[in-house]
Write a protein that binds this ligand. Structure first.
Ligand code: BGC
Length: 389
């Protein structure tokens, strides 16, 4: 991209700092023309059924008051639906998911879940810590994936909602007992979703433990910015602020090196269509991108759908971003409204530590000790972007 295009892109990105009501003509017609203040965010609660083991599950609907709503269920802390308007004002649900609790209780590809204790893979479900070897549940060939057979995606979380003038929050908490899926220590976890009136969804994670243990939490939404039932995402654009990736072997376990994206199909430092080079990385992208070396919040990615203009910017305190293009979806998942989700129907932007960190000495540590508190944050900022049609 030349300098002029870069400047254009930066100018257009300003939309993220503005409420959708100012950007979108139809909203101007209905709201902004009156001098009334921006509508306040709201949160409502409804029943989402009862699990097979008899536990009631609720759905909380967070609404920004400026166009975005997030429906979150207490089963798995799952973002079940996320609606956002396009540049023509048309609202679409932009995450893959299901209509009923029964479908979530059956095995599924982690649609919208809180993923833990350890998102991504741990080689052969084994690691050593302080001289002791631990054996975890293996649920992905020889490896441990996303916390094991009964990970956090299958827990019913305790929930408490709250409201402020500019935001609404849902605080979810869960206690994972010592030995859960093979992990040491009782882990006390809190995940707070906050939806702001400027259409930003912030996720704050925190945890404490009574024994040293690995931890790597993420949120596993599959986004399709054109709409969850609109087909594949290959024409949607993405920019990822990473100079290297974590290369993996045939079972998706890191080799231990980092690989420069220079001259490879992993170079998304300038925006590219998701599908433009995907055939060179069969079966698709499923890689951790190494974000800039900063412990604070930093931009991880920007994605948008040129047709509708719907855009998503990801900001995080995590060191890595797993970009996964739904390579293993095969149409057998019948999602919301009976939609068959096929290969490349959605993309995940999972902010996290690097895979298999407990076995990789050169990677940033994922060990939480009793004297420490695990803490990180990720922001999903929704807006409209006109660049790159
Ligand atoms: C992983 C994929 C996996 C998917 C569903 C992603 O986070 O990177 O390899 O297939 O989750 O489990």
């Amino acid at each position: 991209m030349n300098g002029r295009c870069s400047r254009n892109l930066i100018a257009r990105l300003l939309v993220f700092t503005l409420p959708l009501s100012i950007l979108c003509g139809c909203y101007m017609n209905s709201r902004a023309l009156s001098q009334s203040p921006r509508p306040s965010p709201t949160v409502t609660k409804e029943s989402f059924g009862i699990t097979k083991s008899g536990i009631p599950v609720d759905q909380y609907i967070l609404s920004s008051g400026s166009g975005v709503t997030a429906s979150i269920i207490t089963y798995g802390g799952i973002i079940r639906s996320l609606t956002a308007p396009g540049r023509d004002g048309r609202v679409e649900d932009i995450v893959l998911g299901y209509d009923s609790l029964g479908q979530y209780e059956a095995r599924h590809p982690y649609f919208g879940t809180i993923t833990g204790r350890f998102a991504n893979r741990i080689a052969k479900g084994s690691f050593s810590l302080d001289g002791k070897t631990y054996t975890l549940a293996t649920n992905n060939g020889p490896n441990h994936l996303h916390g094991g057979i009964n990970g956090f995606d299958r827990a019913v979380w305790k929930a408490e909602s709250s409201a402020k003038p500019d935001s609404v929050s849902l605080q979810l908490s869960h206690v994972s007992p010592d030995g859960d899926e093979g992990y040491p220590g009782t882990l006390d976890v809190t995940v707070t979703y906050t939806l702001f009136s400027n259409n930003t969804l912030r996720i704050d994670y925190s945890a404490t433990t009574d024994k040293a243990t690995p931890i790597n939490l993420t949120s596993h939404s599959y986004f399709n910015l054109k709409g969850h039932a609109s087909g594949d995402v290959l024409n949607q654009k993405i920019q990822i602020y990473a100079r290297s990736i974590v290369p993996v072997d045939g079972t998706l376990i890191p080799t231990g090196d980092l690989q420069s994206v220079d001259g490879t199909p992993f170079d998304f430092r300038n925006p590219e269509a998701i599908g433009s080079r995907i055939s060179q990385v069969e079966p698709g992208y499923d890689h951790t991108f190494v974000l800039q070396d900063s412990a604070g919040l930093k931009k991880a990615a920007l994605a948008w759908d040129p047709d509708s203009g719907r855009a998503l910017e990801v900001v995080t305190s995590q060191p890595g971003l797993q970009f996964y293009t739904g390579n293993f979806l095969d149409g057998s998942e019948k999602g919301k409204d009976g939609t068959a989700y096929n290969k490349y129907s959605g993309f995940c932007l999972e902010t996290q530590h690097f895979p298999d960190s407990p076995n990789q000495r050169s990677f940033p540590s994922t060990i939480l000790r009793p004297s420490d508190t695990y803490q990180h944050s990720t922001l999903f900022k929704f807006g409209i972007l006109d660049y790159g049609n």
